[in-house]
Ligand binder design. Structure first.
Ligand code: C5P
Length: 232
């Protein structure tokens, strides 16, 4: 899979997401399904969106004991998603078990991506709540390296971290980056943002874009603008 724009479909019902996707008659966007939509509608939402011709990033961020994650990943793999993810904080052993569960009998599997420290976790909460005293940038890069060692395909990170992740883990190790905004757009609750063109320059492999597309007046035009800026 090459560079692509992934649309964060943060809708609360199947009706809302279908109404949005129905507008795309030409190029079918790569879609991110998160916890809200998945928990509201169940696995059928994944099957239906897949049937409509979209690639799917199922963003459920698994984190449990290795055996439980392995079995859950086998179920997700059967849903035929293209990308799924977990928390690197579950350790290398959990990540290795996840890969095992994800791999189908014919050897194929969805891409598996790790979340490092969430961007909502800051230095202070990491030190006080998790008792991790190292600088957060170092922790993020260490989690990325652990994910790579376990055989994962990449990490979700800020576009500002993508270059460093590639330096440490190699250019083949994928970076999926949210926090993308148009230069003339509203940044909303995101703090550290980049335009699609900047994310391209810095080497992001996939950008995850939600509201700049889903809340646009012309959603197809906003999506096409994103693709144009990011992929060219
Ligand atoms: O609407 P917006 O473009 O901000 O959506 C970004 C998407 O990426 C949301 O689904 C959000 O949960 C997700 N995300 C994020 N920052 C992270 C990890 C995930 O914005 N660090």
């Amino acid at each position: 899979m090459g560079k692509d724009v992934i649309v964060a479909c943060d809708f609360s019902s199947a009706t809302a997401v279908y109404e949005f996707l129905d507008k795309f008659t030409d190029r079918k966007p790569f879609v991110k399904i998160g916890m809200e939509l998945f928990y509201a509608e169940g696995p059928s939402i994944v099957k239906e969106i897949k049937k409509r011709g979209h690639k799917i990033f199922l963003d459920l961020k698994l984190h449990d004991i290795p055996n439980t994650v392995k079995k859950a990943m086998a179920v997700l793999s059967n849903l035929d998603v293209d990308i799924c993810n977990l928390h690197a904080g579950g350790t290398g052993r959990m990540m290795e078990a996840a890969l095992e569960g994800l791999t189908r009998p014919d050897g194929t599997r969805p891409l598996l991506i790790a979340v490092t420290q969430l961007t909502s976790t800051d230095q202070e909460s990491m030190e006080n709540d998790l008792l991790i005293k190292e600088p957060i940038d170092k922790v993020v890069m260490h989690y990325a390296a652990t994910a790579k060692k376990a055989g994962l395909d990449g990490v979700v990170c800020s576009p500002l971290e993508a270059g460093k992740v590639h330096e440490i883990c190699g250019n083949d190790f994928l970076t999926i980056t949210p926090g993308v905004r148009f230069a003339d757009g509203d940044i909303g609750d995101q703090r550290r943002v980049m335009t699609p063109a900047e994310a391209k320059k810095i080497g992001s492999d996939y950008i995850v874009v939600g509201r700049p597309i889903t809340a646009a007046e012309d959603v197809v035009a906003a999506y096409n603008r994103c693709v144009e800026e990011f992929i060219g």
